[in-house]
Design a protein around this ligand. Sequence first.
Ligand SMILES: Nc1ncnc2c1ncn2[C@@H]1O[C@H](COP(=O)(O)OP(=O)(O)OP(=O)(O)O)[C@@H](O)[C@H]1O
Length: 263
Amino acid sequence: MIVVEDLHKHFGGFHAVDGASLEIAKGSITGLIGPNGAGKTTLFNVVAGVLPPTSGRVLMDGEDITGLPPHELFHKGLLRTFQIAHEFSSMTCRENLMMVPGNQSGETLWNTWFGRKRIADEERALRAKADEVLEFLTISHIADLKAGEISGGQKKLLELGRTMMVDAKIVFLDEVGAGVNRTLLYTIADAIKRLNEERGYTFVVIEHDMEFIGRLCDPVIVMAEGKKLAEGTLDEIKANDQVIEAYLGTGLKNKDKLQGADA
Ligand SMILES: Nc1ncnc2c1ncn2[C@@H]1O[C@H](COP(=O)(O)OP(=O)(O)OP(=O)(O)O)[C@@H](O)[C@H]1O
């Protein structure tokens, strides 16, 4: 579904992504792991159109999407989750979801004056869709809470919910587990799994929590020094000498992360 070909992203003389080539299979939940500084987030940002590449190509279903801006990728169904922006924190969770689909009739002056009924219909449909998303994610109880008032884990679910307001095909998740308690982490993992199985979403997940990766992801791709080092199931990856060395080379803390210890 996604093919990354010899991708480079340089910051001055520093090669954050340095010739990465990898494939994301349609219908998979692919894990992207690697020691700190391996270039995972930078790769995400280039694929999702947030940063232009220095060189290389990104294909989606055979189409060259290299360097397309995020809003164009959004329309193609490629989404990267973002933290709820500060300015949306005073809106309710439901309103945050209702904001997602652009191009609503209410956005033009013409429609504001002449299309009141259409706007009301659209708003009703959006509201129903937002409520359905909240229910799917088992967070209906936070619909009327302000986004700034909910917990970190609930925010992650809401970010995931934003991808459900449009017809996402492939979703890039960066460290969904960071700072989230175990119970909510399992709720998030469950939501990802159900979106994958029931709605056909493909996911690419960057995560340091190996239990989370093991529970969800197959295959797992390991990045080190800006390129792909290995790919396989988590068990294969954990037994791979090159991978162990890459984690060890960046310090014991990283090695503990690979083995799934609290780090
Ligand atoms: N805008 C930037 N300018 C300069 N250097 C950058 C920039 N963004 C990232 N880097 C550097 O590129 C390298 C790769 O960073 P990146 O965040 O992609 O790694 P990562 O694998 O996601 O790491 P982590 O697991 O710690 O999040 C790091 O050394 C980082 O300091």
